[in-house]
Design a protein around this ligand. Structure first.
Ligand SMILES: [Zn+2]
Length: 239
């Protein structure tokens, strides 16, 4: 079978997933930007299993020059489905940003903070905003300029009196902690690879990018199964 094009794979996901708006009974909402990766998934699980607040998860279908958007969207749909079945109900919405025409890939955090800011200024019920930083993120100063610029962008867009409280459910956890914390069947449906390879019916993790290395090293350190990292993930198969 010939590899499917990204357009064909995108068509298989069109209209899938369970979108909903925040319920009218929710007076206060905790917002989490769900990327489809392990860190934001662990943060979502913590919110759902350890708290009782009304949670609204939002995913940006972020199309850029890499092939990440589709496996991240597939992962997000599967994560939302899993978490609704295993934990408790929450709201999930999706937006699309297509910057695939740009010569280089702009930082994800700019998109994330822009959409989060738009959501906050249009819904006064959003009182808490979840930051999904882990120990390694806090220790890494490589992208401090980028992070500061993203913070200023958010603060410029959201007036001081409207800014939500930041919460950090996974700040004390390392990547290895995250991978151990998530149930294995949930961990396997997360997507962290930055440069996926298009396969016959879906995508494969490249095994070489920074996040692939980080996940593999953490699995090895905890003596956990890593065979699943090289399996192809069929798009449209689970949703
Ligand atoms: Zn990779």
């Amino acid at each position: 079978m010939k590899p499917k094009s990204r357009v064909q794979l995108e068509g298989r996901l069109a209209g899938k997933g369970s979108l909903s708006k925040s319920g009218p009974d929710a007076n206060t909402i905790t917002l989490i930007m769900l990327s489809g990766g392990a860190d934001s998934t662990a943060a979502l699980v913590k919110l759902l299993s350890e708290g009782e607040e009304h949670v609204h998860a939002h995913h940006i279908y972020l199309k850029n020059q890499s092939a990440r958007a589709l496996p991240e969207l597939q992962a997000t749909y599967d994560i939302v489905d899993y978490c609704k079945r295993h934990y408790r109900p929450f709201d999930f919405t999706l937006s699309t940003i297509d910057v695939s025409f740009m010569r280089n890939i702009p930082p994800d955090i700019f998109h994330t903070n822009y959409i989060a800011a738009m959501m906050v200024i249009t819904d006064s019920r959003i009182k808490k905003l979840t930051r999904c930083v882990i120990v390694e993120d806090e220790a890494d100063t490589t992208y401090d300029n980028r992070k500061n610029a993203a913070r200023k962008l958010f603060q410029t867009l959201v007036p001081e009196g409207r800014r939500p409280e930041y919460i950090y459910p996974v700040r004390e956890m390392t990547k290895a902690d995250i991978l151990t914390y998530l149930p294995l069947d949930l961990l396997k449906i997360t997507w962290s690879c930055r440069t996926p390879i298009v396969g016959k019916t879906g995508f494969m993790r490249c095994g070489e990018c920074h996040t692939c290395e980080q996940v593999r090293d953490s699995l090895v350190a905890r003596k956990m199964d890593q065979g699943w990292l090289s399996e192809e993930v069929a798009v449209g198969a689970h949703s």
